[in-house]
Design a protein around this ligand. Structure first.
Ligand code: PSU
Length: 305
């Protein structure tokens, strides 16, 4: 028995013809952004990928199937699903969601698994999950990190979300043997901000070389993917001096309200949205579109091999 995969016509045709395809996740739609901005973002990001010469494949679980590519009606239905009604899927709960026929939005980890099953090697998102602040007590570390260590997909993100403990996140990825490649600059970007104050372990400036590095990992028999950390465009960034106190306020409110586990990230993103009067969401959308552009270029290079 094979995995229960259902392809949209657009995605099926592109994969059959070995044309470049970029996977997109769905947790960012259901849990990461409010309606209707989430739907606008989801449509725009698909269009940016098409405009840059690749085919988008938004991934989600519905009716006992992993959907590789959603049509517009499915995208709209997902965008209107309240977070409480969609499972936030990672490696641990993907199979149960499929078996029970529930609706599930795929995080970075689950999207990587599904993309790999479908033969898609490039994936664009906003920011990966990572080591939460206070992880030394809570042990809250996203399964996205382990997934990068074992599933061969190149993930383009604006780094990890800046609500996390970024130095610890990069340490864990180093331990797990995941290449963290800053694109076009020496520092690892910090989601809403271009700079984090942390030097990237690796830097690459050329999508063709990023694609070649993924290929080389496979030739070497090395498991896992690579993380391409792509800085937000300068005109859309919120600089570190502005966003840091906002993040700290949201974090202390989360602590006071005892928000835990999978609720933490959606709570913080929503509070930061309110505290910045919507600016954080505008930046988040801009960085996702920017990541989609780069992912399309990498996918085009990968499709040549
Ligand atoms: N990028 C965004 N917004 C998001 C996410 C990514 O701009 O909401 C999602 C991804 O699905 C990622 C998840 O896997 O957040 C991480 O959540 P957590 O920190 O709870 O592991």
């Amino acid at each position: 028995m094979t995995a229960p995969l259902t392809y949209s016509t657009e995605t099926a045709e592109a994969l059959a013809a070995n044309r470049p395809v970029v996977a997109l996740e769905s947790t960012i739609i259901t849990h990461g952004m409010p309606y209707p901005q989430n739907l606008e973002m989801a449509r725009k990001v698909e269009q940016v990928i098409r405009d840059n010469g690749a085919t988008p494949a938004t991934i989600a679980v519905m009716d006992g199937q992993i959907h590789i590519g959603l049509d517009d009606a499915a995208l709209e239905k997902l965008a209107q699903t309240p977070p409480s009604e969609a499972m936030k899927l990672s490696r641990a709960d993907l199979a149960v969601c499929l078996t029970t026929g529930r609706t599930g939005a795929t995080t970075v980890a689950a999207t990587m698994i599904c993309a790999h099953l479908a033969g898609i090697r490039t994936f664009a998102t906003g920011g990966i999950g990572g080591v939460h602040r206070g992880a030394e007590n809570s042990f809250d570390i996203s399964a996205d990190l382990q997934e990068l260590a074992q599933t061969p997909v190149t993930v383009v993100a604006a780094g990890a979300k800046a609500i996390l403990d970024l130095p610890k996140t990069w340490e864990v990825l180093e331990t797990l043997g995941v290449p963290v490649i800053a694109y076009g600059q020496d520092e690892i970007p910090a989601f809403w901000s271009r700079d984090s104050g942390l030097r990237a372990p690796l830097r690459m400036d050329d999508p063709a070389q990023i694609a070649a590095a993924a290929d080389m990992r496979a030739r070497l028999g090395l498991k896992g993917g690579q993380l391409v950390a792509n800085p937000i465009p300068p005109e859309a960034e919120i600089t570190r001096d502005i966003i840091t106190p906002v993040i700290e306020q949201a974090l202390s409110e989360a602590e006071a309200q005892k928000i835990a586990a999978k609720e933490v990230t959606p709570f913080l993103l929503q509070r930061i949205f309110e505290l910045t009067e919507g600016k954080s969401l505008e930046s988040n959308i801009a960085l996702v579109l920017n990541n989609a552009r780069l992912a399309a270029k990498i996918a085009i290079e990968m499709a040549k091999s």
